[in-house]
Design a protein around this ligand. Sequence first.
Ligand SMILES: NC(=O)c1ccc[n+]([C@@H]2O[C@H](COP(=O)([O-])OP(=O)(O)OC[C@H]3O[C@@H](n4cnc5c(N)ncnc54)[C@H](O)[C@@H]3O)[C@@H](O)[C@H]2O)c1
Length: 350
Amino acid sequence: MPVIQEMGKYGHEQIVFIRDEKVGLRAIIAVHNTVLGPALGGTRFWNYATEEEALVDVLRLSRGMTLKSAAAGLKLGGAKAVVIGDPLKLKSREFFHVYGGYIDSLGGKYYTAEDMNISAEDIGMINEVTKYVSGTPAKSGNPSPFTARGVYMGIKAGASVKFGTDSLEGKTVAVQGLGNVGYALCEHLHKEGAKLKVCDIFNSAAVGKAVKELGAFAVKPEDLLATDCDIFAPCAMGAVFNSENIKNLKCKLIAGAANNVLLDTSVGDALDRLDVLYVPDYIINAGGVINCGIEIENPDWRYNVDEVNARIDGIYATTLKIIALAKEKRVSTSKAADEYAEGIVRAGRG
Ligand SMILES: NC(=O)c1ccc[n+]([C@@H]2O[C@H](COP(=O)([O-])OP(=O)(O)OC[C@H]3O[C@@H](n4cnc5c(N)ncnc54)[C@H](O)[C@@H]3O)[C@@H](O)[C@H]2O)c1
């Protein structure tokens, strides 16, 4: 892949390729944009089949972080890092120290945090050699409960537009993926009296727990998309919806945590035609980045969970703003979100 050409396509500033023979580290850090401030984005540890697959992932995810932080009102840019390999075989304190050294060498242009297969404890080890981290166990910690809170706010805002009330009592919500975010989201929804339909292809224990403790109904993976529900919350992986499978949807609202759930932008337009309201993923899954980001914006600030939650609850208003913009400009909500976030970055550039 012609890498510099690809950087131009997405508008990236810098890409760092890392290799350390001794600890078996292979990683890519993609700094997409630092116009609004230092670039924040988690490190994903994944056994990618090829380097090209890792590069494509990091380029897409880092651009998404720029848009997510901008839309969330953070004075931060966007970046992401991917570590290539088997986390179970490679993780060690020495491994994270070597990796942390590379982050440190960027001098604060890039801050890392948790992502798939990177825990708050791993971030703590990276923090032993560099200050350019967020989400350490001693401070903001695991972002997932905060992400779940923001998604819950986004669902309520979407419901207020689609159903004329933001109360989720009695509404049926299908949740795909009961991991860190999905399960915590189910707890919020259950507390408010929503009925849950859940599915997780790998974590049957979480499904069993949701059935037992939250009164959820377990749905087979192949039946989930077409299941009867008011709201569909994708909290597993990306590219869930394509122009064909959306014809089977029974829901009126899609709002969840997973990134890039629409296969491409045309799916956003097709959902509009089907009268299904799509609440853009990066607008409502910003709770975790808000939780980490406030710490970076204000280095002297003492971590205060109430302040963090108040900022996250602002996702409700941002969601309403995006839906209103889409209506006004007669574009899909995903296009409206991109235009909104890109406008903030452009204004920051001056
Ligand atoms: N954790 C965060 O703070 C955060 C922030 C922003 C976005 N996200 C995104 O939200 C999603 C969930 O994040 P997480 O931290 O809960 O991840 P996780 O790995 O803890 O959970 C994902 C769950 O989805 C399940 N799953 C995978 N494929 C599935 C499928 N086809 N059908 C049903 N279940 C499936 C997995 O078994 C797992 O239990 C991810 O896409 C992530 O990128 C997470």
